[in-house]
Design a protein around this ligand. Structure first.
Ligand SMILES: [Fe+2]
Length: 222
């Protein structure tokens, strides 16, 4: 089974798919790449205040549209939870965690401004989740230029699973992210790869990279 645990393909919820037609296009491209089960992970952060209810509505719209069009791919529903004071405490308080494959939770940090985490200490939150029987996935550490190797390793040692974006290897986020991602692979601390699908530019860049290099063999599906 070829799985993707990280995508922003639900229509109109965040900076991913803009509308239903766009959502179908993005999903269809991922199916063409070979993905059989896709977990939708819209942002829950200060800018995109999604809830399980907003996510469910968009999820049902997309699932229905895929069915009508005969696009046979299994969709699952979760979220990408950012560790920020605006939303993360509410997620915990209201039990908004929707585990991926019954065990994972996609917990991201701010991309470029660590101060946005405020009083939240990621390692403590990761340990809390692990004590609840969940396995935190840290997505795209190659994009957190402020994150020290020491802090990253403290997360790995605690049991956090590291996920790099396919797009990073394809140069989608620039040279530094690409080099960081390759270094993490060489250090053997990357367990998962994700599309982090947002838009048609991702389809083009990741699609070309897959096609040119047959990289899917080197960076396998889950
Ligand atoms: Fe994401």
């Amino acid at each position: 089974m070829k799985l993707d645990f990280h995508s922003h393909i639900l229509p109109g919820l965040d900076d991913g798919a803009t509308d239903l037609a766009n959502a179908v296009e993005l999903t269809s491209a991922m199916k063409d790449w070979g993905f059989e089960r896709i977990t939708c992970t819209p942002h829950i952060n200060a800018l995109y205040r999604n809830t399980p209810e907003t996510i469910r509505r968009a999820f049902e719209m997309l699932a229905e549209a895929l069915y009508v069009k005969g696009i046979d791919v299994e969709l699952k529903m979760s979220a990408e939870y950012r560790l920020v004071p605006e939303t993360w405490p509410e997620v915990l308080e209201k039990n908004w965690i929707m585990p991926i494959e019954d065990k994972y939770i996609l917990t991201e940090l701010p991309i470029s401004k660590p101060q946005e985490m405020g009083w939240i200490k990621p390692l403590e939150e990761f340990k809390k989740l692990i004590s609840l029987g969940l396995t935190p996935i840290l997505p795209h550490p190659e994009r957190y230029f402020y994150l020290s190797h020491r802090d990253l390793m403290s997360y790995v040692d605690a049991g956090v699973v590291i996920q790099c974006n396919y797009g990073s290897f394809a140069g989608l986020y620039g040279d530094t992210a690409q080099q960081n991602a390759e270094n993490l692979v060489n250090e053997s601390i990357v367990s998962l790869y994700g599309t982090d699908m947002h838009n048609l530019h991702y389809v083009k860049v990741i699609g070309d990279w897959f096609a040119d290099n047959n990289k899917i063999a080197e960076y396998p599906y889950q």
